[in-house]
Design a protein around this ligand. Structure first.
Ligand code: SF4
Length: 344
């Protein structure tokens, strides 16, 4: 174990770390929590505009808890991994109902709330409450794997357990906020995946990966699996400047978002449109759109259909959205792209 690991990280954070992120500067757990959830799987520069809009619309827990899920999802639209938004909303309601509107201080209790895992609970506990808790997000896993030469993919249980053991053992007794933030900053700004800047890293002298020239090989990447492809046709049913949308089921891909009616590629779009209560006037196939999810790739064949709605086309779970309102609606990003193309 490196005795001066923590003091190097703390000193570096104070001199060179990030101090002007929009969620920094206070000890209110609400902005820390929102930012931590947004930062899961998303880079800081992508998160900042979403975070700023989100906080302007939902400045505190009570406002978020009182919001409609559609409004929360609309502000998340384009950020991806929508279960994060649904969990954020659900957690705000749980904290209001079960904890009198106050964030639990105990990380074990925090980790029972939707969307808050062990590392996120520890980050909130350390950054908002100054508690002595180890974090282990993707950036920190990379730093520790490199400094200590940990072999194997960090997604494997045994490797992750070893990284947690290290993260716990390295925790200092003081300066927990600067230390926690420093580890995050190091991973995000110096010890990046593709271009680590070892020459200016405070851990460079002792880092095994640096000393052995193995930065590119550590941590080991996720074992390769071929990504399956799924195909679907989407119907852009247009009538009087509006498009017919359907609400997705609350869980699963794009859960809770508004999307286009779908059918199998082999089905006749006009017949499917009739089942949705629309008589099709004409149909044009639009360019194929491809969208990558973590576990599969979705190939979308969009159809632009001029339609005449029959009674029943606007049942519960369906709506006609004015094409001028596409930007602000809770839509998956490929669907928004298709609609913007279809509108053009
Ligand atoms: S020396 Fe290089 S590889 Fe090691 S922690 Fe620093 S930036 Fe990462």
């Amino acid at each position: 174990m490196l005795p001066d690991f923590a003091s190097r990280v703390v000193a570096w954070q104070r001199a060179h770390g990030r101090h002007d992120l929009p969620w920094q500067g206070g000890h209110d757990p609400y902005p820390v929590w929102v930012s931590e959830i947004m930062l899961q799987q998303t880079r800081v520069d992508s998160v900042i505009p979403y975070y700023t809009r989100f906080l302007a619309r939902f400045p505190d827990l009570a406002t978020l808890a009182a919001a409609d899920e559609d409004d929360v999802l609309a502000l998340w639209s384009g950020l991806g991994y929508y279960s994060r938004a649904r969990n954020l909303h659900a957690t705000a309601r749980r904290i209001l109902a079960e904890h009198d509107g106050r964030f639990p201080i105990d990380p074990e209790v925090l980790a029972t709330l939707p969307g808050i895992g062990r590392s996120t609970a520890a980050a909130i506990a350390a950054l908002a409450f100054g508690q002595r808790r180890a974090i282990l997000d993707g950036n920190v896993k990379r730093v520790l794997a490199r400094v200590f030469g940990i072999e194997g993919w960090p997604g494997e249980r045994a490797v992750e357990n070893e990284l947690w053991r290290l993260a716990d053992a390295l925790l200092p007794d003081r300066d927990l906020r600067a230390y926690t933030q420093g580890l995050m900053d190091l991973g995000a700004t110096l010890c990046t995946r593709a271009a680590p800047r070892c020459e200016v890293c405070p851990l460079g002298e002792t880092c095994l990966a640096h000393r052995q020239g193995r930065q590119r090989r550590l941590p080991a990447p996720r074992p390769r699996k071929s990504v399956p492809e799924r195909s679907v046709a989407m119907l852009v049913l247009l009538h009087a400047g509006s498009v017919l949308l359907e609400k997705r089921p609350p869980t699963g891909v794009w859960g809770g978002l508004w999307s286009l009616p779908e059918c199998a590629e082999a089905e006749e779009p006009g017949e499917v449109a009739e089942c949705l209560g629309c008589r099709v006037v004409d149909a044009v196939a639009l360019p194929i759109v491809s969208h990558a999810f973590t576990h599969f790739r979705l190939r979308i064949q969009p159809w632009r259909l001029r339609a005449q709605p029959l009674p029943g086309a606007a049942e519960p779970g369906r709506l006609w959205l004015d094409l001028n309102d596409i930007e602000g609606a809770a839509l998956p990003s490929p669907v928004r792209r298709i609609l913007l193309d279809a509108r053009a």
